[in-house]
Design a protein around this ligand. Structure first.
Ligand code: PEP
Ligand code: MG
Length: 571
């Protein structure tokens, strides 16, 4: 038995067999070879194995995930049977006397570059297919395993060095009971997704992949951030009890599902949920959220090989708005970048992706893509209470440009006779310190703010939200962060605007009394946190919280804040 300590990323306890999700190293080296026939035969064998594997995955995907997902694998099979590609690789082996891996990699790269340069969406998709298939064949040539998580058919916990958001999106909740990773922080997107999927998770254990083998029995304790490998019967029984106690606690919170969110002294705040896909709305309603405070639309663009069309997006937004039946829905425009990649856009690798060409910066540059999303949103606006929010705003000019494009698209639609709501509020995320400091200026032009503490903390503390080695600096309770938050709320209120928070901090037990004291209007969090926070707010008095506001703002360190808040609010 071995215990690993990590960061508690998603509540709950999971006990199941380990499944290692691997992304092996597929770098190839050029070798000059004596016997081309042997290399061609190696290539043929690898192609055959990849085909067999894809057929099995395709059949499974069809059964478990539906035609849509299975179609990707059919496209991959087509690539493998394409004589042009295969013959080009064989020729390269024969003429240049190079190893099969190198020839395949080289020819595939050439095809990918060629398809990507075409001004045709269909052809661009083929580039992504070739990239995926090449990886599969290369893995066979190199004798390494690539995992196929969509093939899991028994209850498991996933063990991975890291999980990308698109890996996480592909996890089947029926079988995946929990996960643990070597790296990552509480606000990395796989952790956030785990919370909304209610999958217990522990991230940043540093040594999970070095310690845990396929088939080991693993306990993931997402409540205390512990991972236990091959526990004794006694320990398993202990954790089963802990799991039952947590379930009982959840049942207690569940009684509040139809209640208004009200403090002890009768003050109402709005409790909203963060979602990634229209499917998440079910959980939002089941947990009694009063709205959606953040719809991360980038997930609509991920786990696929091409941009979603206006029609697809329209359907997604309409579904969410309709299901929410007039409750507020804040839709954030595409926030790609950082840990959320879109491989098919083929953007150059950056040294500092979190500080790079991303989110609104990318949208203002790739305007066609941005306008498509805005049109879909505007068309959907008549089906509910839509609010549009722009991510990563650093300057007023960016906000003005984004809003102007939105208004332009609205005018075009209206001219075409398409109905568009006149009530759409337009707001922005405050997640860049420059915007938080200058909130008084922004407040004059926006309809609302939503504070994105996940990024605001990392930028203010210069501490990568994904990096467990600097997680000690990722301090939500650092007075610098609290003063920024307070500044934003005050600035908005002076202009009569409302302020929400959609960063993970909004759902933290210690943060709730502080944010209540600061006057936050809307708290938006993983749907699964809502009832816990409603229960906490019921026991708090806004007036009492306000009395300690100035004291909290006068403290010098995060430790002092934490100690004071724990003592004052009995946490
Ligand atoms: C944030 O930065 O706080 C936020 C809510 O956005 P994301 O986590 O998607 O970056
Ligand atoms: Mg952010």
């Amino acid at each position: 038995m071995k215990r690993l300590q990590g960061i508690a990323a998603s509540n709950g306890i999971a006990i199941a067999k380990a499944y290692r999700l691997e992304h092996p190293d597929l770098t190839v080296e050029k070798q000059t070879i004596e016997n081309p026939a042997e290399q061609v035969s190696r290539l043929q064998q690898a192609l055959a194995k990849a085909k067999e594997e894809l057929k099995v995955i395709q059949a499974h995907a069809l059964k478990e995930l539906g035609e849509d997902k299975a179609a990707i694998f059919s496209a991959h099979l087509l690539v493998l049977s394409d004589p042009e590609l295969v013959q080009a690789v064989e020729q390269k082996i024969e003429q240049e006397r190079v190893n099969a891996e190198f020839a395949l990699h080289d020819v595939a790269s050439m095809f990918i570059a060629m398809f990507e340069a075409m001004d045709n969406e269909y052809m661009k998709e083929r580039a992504a297919d070739i990239r995926d298939v090449t990886k599969r064949v290369l893995a066979h040539l190199l004798g390494v395993t690539i995992s196929n998580p969509s093939m899991i058919t028994e209850e498991v916990v996933i063990i991975a060095e890291d999980l990308t958001p698109s890996d996480t999106a592909q996890l089947n909740r029926k079988y995946v009971k929990g996960f643990t990773t070597d790296i990552g922080g509480r606000t990395s997107h796989s952790a956030i997704m785990a919370r909304s999927m209610e999958i217990p998770a522990v991230v940043g254990t540093k040594e999970a992949t070095a310690t845990i083998q396929n088939g080991d029995i693993v306990i993931i304790d997402g409540l205390d951030g512990e991972v236990i490998v091959n526990p004794t019967e006694e320990i398993i029984a202990q954790y089963e009890q802990k799991r039952a106690a947590f379930a009982a606690q959840k049942a207690e919170w569940a009684k509040l599902v139809h209640e208004q969110t009200m403090t002890k002294d009768g003050h109402h705040v709005e409790l909203a949920a963060n979602i990634g896909t229209p499917n998440d709305v079910e959980g939002v309603l089941a947990n009694g959220a009063e709205g959606i405070g953040l719809y991360r639309t980038e997930f609509l663009y991920m786990g696929r090989n091409e941009l979603p069309t206006e029609e697809e997006q329209f359907e997604a937004y309409k579904t969410v708005l309709e299901k929410m039946e007039g409750k507020p829905v804040v839709v954030r425009t595409l926030d790609i970048g950082g840990d959320k990649e879109l491989p098919y856009l083929d953007l150059p690798k950056e040294m500092n992706p979190f500080l790079g060409f991303r989110a609104i910066r990318l949208c203002l540059d790739m305007q066609q893509m941005f306008r498509t999303q805005l049109r879909a949103l505007l068309r959907a606006s008549v089906y509910g209470n839509l609010k549009v929010m722009f991510p990563m705003i650093a300057t007023l000019d960016e906000f003005r440009q984004a809003k102007a494009i939105l208004l332009e698209e609205k005018e075009k639609l209206v001219a075409e006779g398409v109905p568009v709501s006149d009530e759409i509020e337009v707001g922005m995320m405050v997640e860049i310190p420059a915007a938080a400091v200058l909130a008084d200026q922004f407040a004059k032009e926006v309809d609302f703010f939503s504070i994105g503490t996940n990024d605001l903390i990392q930028y203010t503390m210069a501490s990568d939200r994904m990096n467990e080695r600097v997680s000690y600096l990722y301090q939500p309770y650092n007075p610098a962060i609290l003063r920024l938050i307070y500044n934003v709320i005050e600035a908005a209120h002076k202009e009569g605007k409302w302020v929400g928070m959609c960063g993970e901090m909004a759902g933290e037990q210690l943060a709730v009394p502080i944010l209540l004291a600061f006057g936050l209007d809307e708290f938006s969090m993983s749907a699964t946190s809502i009832l816990r926070v409603r229960s906490q707010l019921k026991k708090l008095s806004k007036q009492e919280a306000e009395q300690v506001k100035n004291h909290i703002l006068s403290l010098a360190t995060a430790e002092e804040v934490v100690r004071f808040v724990k003592e004052t609010f009995h946490l």
